[in-house]
Design a binder for this molecule. Sequence first.
Ligand code: AGP
Length: 611
Amino acid sequence: MCGIVGYIGKEQVAPILLDGLARLEYRGYDSAGVAVYSQKKQALCVHKAKGRLQVLSDMLRGGAAVDGTVGIGHTRWATHGAPSDVNSHPQVSQSGRIAVVHNGIIENYAELKSFLMSKGVEFTSQTDTEVVAQLIDYFYQGDLLEAVGRVLHRIQGAYALGILCADAPDQLIAVRKDSPLILGYGEGCNFLASDVTAIIKYTRDVVYMEDGELAVLTREGIQCYNHLMQPIEKEISHVDWEIDAAEKGGYEHFMFKEIMEQPEAMRRCIFPRIRDGEVYLEDFGLDESYIRSMSKIYIVACGSSYHVGMVGKYNLERLTRKNVEVSLASEFRYMDPIVDDHTLVIVISQSGETLDTMAALREAKRLGARILSIVNVVGSSIARESDVVLYTWAGPEIAVATTKAYSTQMAVLDLLGLWFARVLGTVEEKEYRSVLEEMLLLPGKMETILANKDNIQYLASQYFNHDSVFFIGRNVDYALGLEGSLKLKEISYIHSEAYASGELKHGTISLIEDGTLVVALGTYSKLFEKAMSNVVEVKSRGADVLALATESHAEEMGKTADAVMTIPDTHDLLLPSLGVVPLQLFAYYVALMRGCDIDKPRNLAKSVTVE
Ligand code: AGP
């Protein structure tokens, strides 16, 4: 995934582009570049560099070294072509006339490249994006929009494009297909960007482009077109969250800020949805007769969102007595899934732009399923293609490693399960009330855990040098272990795996030896004794055991485990919502002690919009 930004107006553009790219770096950060039309030189000036954005910013003296009031910028997560100066964007045509920034993948770039080379076009990079710039130039005969339209009939894949032409410096062109792109409306200036964070400092009036749409941006305004190149009018949305929500606010890392924000995020997510002891789901588009007719629920997602689904399987089946399947989105789309018009597919995604998840959504829709999505980014692609959307209201999540989005997704899924169970009559009144009461207490209980973060920091200092870690658990503790393991892997680079405790003895226990670190999750009360026996099992083979237990079981667990992280007691359904917090903190502190780049881990990006 990459970040793109563009501006046309009266101000010097380079500082605006660099500022926007700084807010998009979480989308990709192995190289960056800008293309600006210089009034003085009457030409396109392209500046780009491998490495973090700071390298480019230093090269341009914060933008002061570049003159011009129209330009495009890009921060890259490499797909085609290793990170390098020449593979950085903007990519420019051979004539130097066309500059393009791109987020996505051009799947048929090889044959297009061969075609152009057969026409004598010379390429300089290994990127798929350069093909777009060269092809626009190949078709350009004085009308940029017309040339772009011809190119769009020939390229296949996912793309958000920003295009600048030296012969038409009073316009920018934006194109969107499968990769997010928004337009920003200013006073005498206009913007294009991958997401709102890049331009909210300048305008809150935005348009979310749909697939197949184009736009021509000038200083006077923006004209949008559909895929038939017919002019269309788009509804302007007003963004209402504060810019500091997308800034560190004094914390060292976005990840730590977002861990600490979880109680507040959970209040925003839960409290409006529990009224007078009943679950209240806003503008809910599934009527009760459909819910009763549901034959199956499929949960489809990637990464941590998939891990939310793994917890959701246990909880939703327990609450609704409906069959719940959980599938990795990248598998779902190719496994010929058993889906019909009585299948509800729940799509979970923080960004709402993950390409695998979007593709799975479209496959499910094609098979006749109803689509309910649980999303954090308002107006995102997945949200807009769903039949029903439940937002997590977690606020902007910038760190690549998700935290508050995970916990609020879980809360939404629990509320959904309770609502279904109420309609289906599969939950007793007493339990229904008890869970809702406990949900309202979750933010405060999270604050209790966060207040003891120093204990987790101390434990991390004891264990940060391990090179392999096992997370074991049963039932919801196993599902929680998947997330604990991913958090640790993705920011500390320590190899780790999550294992169902009961499965360990069927092979993998052979890896347990003196000093192996095992994080044993034993919060699920009904299987606590089993959890204890698994701790004994690995201890007897030399493991160091760091356990997770509720306060009521901590003392018992402490008799065998080497150390115990505790969470307040709560209803069994809600244990992962609390249990994930110590695991997030543990991963964070371990990565901190290992000197890792916590907000921008190597090889990763915040939302993966490529296959
Ligand atoms: C989680 O920490 C990772 N950043 C990653 O697994 C992420 O959850 C996954 O890519 C799905 O992203 P989404 O929720 O935005 O769809």
